[in-house]
Design a protein around this ligand. Structure first.
Ligand SMILES: Cc1ncc(COP(=O)(O)OP(=O)(O)O)c(N)n1
Ligand SMILES: Cc1ncsc1CCOP(=O)(O)O
Ligand SMILES: [Mg+2]
Length: 215
């Protein structure tokens, strides 16, 4: 599948984002039809060390079962250890060019950008996709920057080339249409699915909305 299409319904999660067993939440999201998954185990009560690695490995296996690529947030060495399909790094994390030097050729590297300059730089550096945001207010990331809104998406889309863009931050089903119409290729989300009564149904709803705008 073209990477752009994997970004359409991109679920991100760590154990501390879930009400129940994180593996159950992930499997429900996979059944609902997510197109990409990012293991983001950080913040208060997050697993570390062996527990983090074991969880990453089990999540990678689940994603493989559903044929959905598995991305690790921040931790490149964990990503390589568990055979992840790629990594997502922010402005303060390891650089794309360094990662590309020692990772497999087809290893996906996503980079975060909050503004046009960061997005242009990420594209120049060889990022495979850019996570742009936060679009809306979020309580999931303590150090999130000021939301850039829909205008932020259209500005970034205007200045970068054809690099795939996924929006992030406070995204709920009712935002999907505007986000895609502003120039993103897809939506990524944590709370909207990890805290839903039915994560599977939450994904089905978001996927239906994305599919109704992207052809
Ligand atoms: C798809 C996607 N976009 C942006 C981010 C944020 O990355 P970063 O700025 O490095 O912040 P942390 O997630 O590491 O707290 C992301 N994780 N995924
Ligand atoms: C990791 C991250 N980067 C920017 S906002 C954000 C958190 C997104 O979580 P939610 O979908 O719960 O707002
Ligand atoms: Mg990061």
């Amino acid at each position: 599948m073209e990477l752009k299409n994997n970004l359409r319904t991109y679920f991100i999660m760590g154990s501390n984002n879930c009400k129940g067993d994180p593996l159950d939440v992930l499997e429900a999201a996979l059944k609902g039809g997510i197109s990409l998954f990012q293991f983001r185990e950080k913040g208060e009560d997050a697993e570390i060390g062996k527990e983090k690695k074991d969880l990453a490995f089990q999540m990678k296996q689940l994603c493989t079962k559903y044929n959905v690529p598995f991305i690790v947030n921040d931790d490149v060495s964990l990503a390589l250890d568990v055979g992840a399909d790629g990594v997502h790094v922010g402005q303060e994390d390891e650089s794309v060019s360094t990662i590309k030097k020692y990772s497999p050729v087809d290893f996906i590297v996503g980079v975060s950008a909050t503004n046009v300059d960061e997005a242009i730089q990420a594209e120049k550096d060889g990022a495979d996709y850019i996570g742009i945001g936060p679009i809306y207010q979020t309580s999931t990331k303590a150090d999130a920057k000021t939301p850039i809104g829909l205008d932020g998406i259209s500005q970034i889309r205007e200045y970068v080339g054809g690099i795939p863009l996924v929006a992030i931050g406070g995204i709920k089903p009712e935002h999907v249409r505007d986000i895609i119409e502003s120039g993103a290729d897809g939506v990524s989300f944590i709370t909207a699915v990890s805290q839903a009564g039915s994560p599977e149904n939450a994904v089905i709803e978001i996927k239906k909305l994305v599919d109704s705008v992207v052809y």
